[in-house]
Write a protein that binds this ligand. Structure first.
Ligand SMILES: NC(=O)c1ccc[n+]([C@@H]2O[C@H](COP(=O)([O-])OP(=O)(O)OC[C@H]3O[C@@H](n4cnc5c(N)ncnc54)[C@H](O)[C@@H]3O)[C@@H](O)[C@H]2O)c1
Length: 333
């Protein structure tokens, strides 16, 4: 795979691929589609931050030597206003579209994984187009809306896959909320009202504080959670605050009010603390291996199952229990 965006998640992924050479502890699916994590190789990395472009991965991921340490971070595409955290490091270093496509064609990755900052919607669209032009499949972890009928058809016509949008962490705020709703509704409990308030401390959470991005993420999370309930109820979910002291951690505060027999009240108030970047990586390595398997069988339609499993905003939505089952039925071995 090639990666656009050498940030938090990409760094954790690099470390994970090294760690899981000799261990399976903490892996959701050690083997999937016939592949282990040893079958995943990073062949190129792109960024636009001048403090990263030109450096080797080993200069960014300093606490662990990996097979990918010597890969030099190349210039990616930039089509959006530069966020201040990147601008403060100096003039961005970006490549022209053709130059980027040629770079991909030369390296020939099977996947381009989009891990760029939240809110870079036009750049994300261009990366998808570039992947298509270069002949590689595309994975969109960002909340930009990139996967639709048109992009799916375009990738399918070249026997490629496009997967997205907006990575759903393995055990993050959204997945846990969906699981709770599913459990309560299948136990016959009538949910009346709920909210989920997220506080995080990493760079991406800070970006999400821009009102437009925050509103978009809130809508995606709220709609993703609504899938689980057979009836509508008053619900809000989203990134609420940035607190630098949390670092890469995220705390999700949940409150739910529901009724049981004779209208008896059930109220829940709890907090879930997780680590953002590690929480995303099992889902990424699972999706890439599953997609690789489906592609080798020319079964592009399986993209819908992979996207329902791995993303908060897939084009075909499924209940959380259903999509895990469909995914494991198709790929676990
Ligand atoms: N569990 C998770 O961490 C999780 C869950 C859902 C979605 N996501 C999404 O994954 C993405 C990556 O998250 P992160 O925590 O690594 O973010 P990050 O801010 O740590 O890293 C983003 C990187 O992208 C780079 N970048 C920005 N614009 C670029 C461009 N046009 N081309 C190339 N590089 C560019 C930045 O310089 C930075 O190095 C975010 O969009 C985030 O919302 C992550």
């Amino acid at each position: 795979m090639a990666i656009a965006g050498m940030g938090n998640v990409a760094s954790t992924l690099v470390k994970g691929l090294e760690f899981y050479k000799n261990s399976t502890e903490g892996l959701w699916h050690p083997k999937l589609g016939g592949f282990t994590l040893n079958d995943i190789t990073i062949s190129a990395v792109y960024d636009i931050d001048s403090s990263k472009v030109g450096k080797r991965i080993g200069q960014i991921v300093t606490d662990c030597k990996t097979d990918f340490s010597d890969i030099v971070i190349q210039r990616g595409i930039s089509e959006d206003t530069t966020p201040s955290h990147i601008a403060q490091n100096g003039q961005i270093r970006s490549a022209g579209y053709d130059e980027f496509v040629n770079s991909l064609k030369k390296i020939k990755p099977e996947f381009l994984v989009n891990l760029i900052s939240s809110g870079m919607d036009k750049s994300g669209e261009k990366y998808a187009k570039a992947a298509l032009d270069a002949g590689c499949s595309f994975f969109n972890a960002t909340s930009s809306k990139i996967v639709n009928d048109q992009t799916k058809k375009a990738f399918e016509s070249k026997e490629l896959m496009i997967l997205g949008d907006d990575l759903m962490s393995q055990f993050g705020g959204t997945a846990f909320h969906r699981g709770m709703i599913e459990f309560m509704t299948t136990r016959g409990i009538r949910i009346q009202k709920a909210y989920q308030l997220d506080v995080g401390g990493n760079q991406d959470t800070q970006n999400t504080m821009a009102e437009e991005i925050r509103e978009k993420k809130r809508k995606i999370k709220t709609e993703s959670i609504a899938i689980e309930s057979p009836y509508p109820f008053m619900s809000t979910a989203g990134t609420t605050e940035y607190a630098e002291q949390l670092g890469d951690s995220r705390v999700s505060y949940y409150w739910m009010q529901a009724n049981g027999f004779l209208g008896s009240t059930i109220e829940m108030d709890l907090a879930l603390k997780t680590n953002d970047s590690t929480n995303g990586c099992n889902v990424i390595v699972d999706s890439i291996r599953a997609a690789r398997k489906a592609l080798s069988q020319k079964d592009i339609a399986k993209a819908d199952i992979i996207s329902a499993y791995a993303f908060k905003n897939p084009s075909k939505k499924m209940h959380i229990r259903e999509c895990i089952k469909a995914f494991e039925d198709a790929f676990a071995n």
